[in-house]
Design a protein around this ligand. Sequence first.
Ligand code: PLP
Length: 391
Amino acid sequence: MKPIYLDNNATTAVVPEVREEMLPYLGELYGNPSSMHTFGGQLFRKIEEARAKVAALIGAEVEEIIFTSCGTESDNTAIMSALESFPERRHIVTTRVEHPAVLNFCKHLSRKGFRVTFLPVDSSGRLDRDAFVKSLDDGTAVVSIMYANNETGVVFPVREIGEILRERKILFHTDAVQAVGKIPIDVKDLPVDMLSLSGHKLHAPKGIGALYVRRRTRFYPYIIGGHQERGRRAGTENVASIIGLGKACELAQENFARETDQVSRLRDRLETALLAECPDATVNGDTVHRLPNTTNISFEYVEGEAILLRLDEQGICASSGSACSSGSLEPSHVLRSMGTPFTAIHGSIRFSLSRYTTDAEIDRVIEVLPPTIRELRTISPFARKKVICPK
Ligand code: PLP
């Protein structure tokens, strides 16, 4: 049975058009794009075509796109490049709600002796602007703040942040892995120096990403070796996946307006119905500045894992901010940073839709979930005693 897949912030399906485009490069066209002969060399042109498609989706110049192995590599590369560019500056500013690709890398750098400020957010997951401005000093090499949060969908004020940083001449990197293809981004008109994206969040395969680096931004490669990617990222290119990413970006651009309208309509319908049918349910995060495809809902007095298991039995895929199910033993650091009560974190479920989500699928979730919550509440230990959040 085909699952009802509402976990698109975790990963997305590789769509048939993307797969088709990739297949020859996993078969007969196996050459090395750096080769002198035509058999390999012809692939170089295909990579450049894909680069142009990625660039077009975010309004970049073709040479401003570097292919990487994933969003994580793009994030690590951007931060490291800034630190290498300004060796006299030892300070990094980021937020407490970043994806581990930034958060854990910054913790690692802090252990290596760099000074890192982890900025707080308010109860709706929005950046504390004053704390941000106060955090900047002459030693700040780079600010890395996500475009949109993967758990709540909250969108950060990237333009405002960038304008402040441009005035202060501080490099700005944004992790736009969850934003690209979901909301309009035009780097021509946006004061960011570096921006990360990842293929598997926009219907391309896993294991391919890209980093946008604005022209004339000082750049140091993170992966060092051969001359690929104009000397900015060594390693023989993942040709098939690069071509897949190019196709996925082209599709995202072609279908953008129509599909985001449809996705947000379905998301809103799901959210409204669940809030109406389930007492003691609340949406986590700002609902105005939010991705069109994401809703994160806390169902008090139930454990998220129990909800997920019941949904799974019905072929419905979602994810939770509570222990274990998200692959970690910690409750969501994002919801904790927002000051969400412990019981609400443990009952939180994230639904993330895609342009392939249908009305019938949303109807099914609306039919299945409210009775499940009612039933779980009759047996949940959270329903009977108040649990205090450990610090
Ligand atoms: N940044 C954000 C906001 C993400 O959601 C993810 C993946 O979930 C990443 C970075 C990491 O991307 P990748 O899985 O391609 O390394």
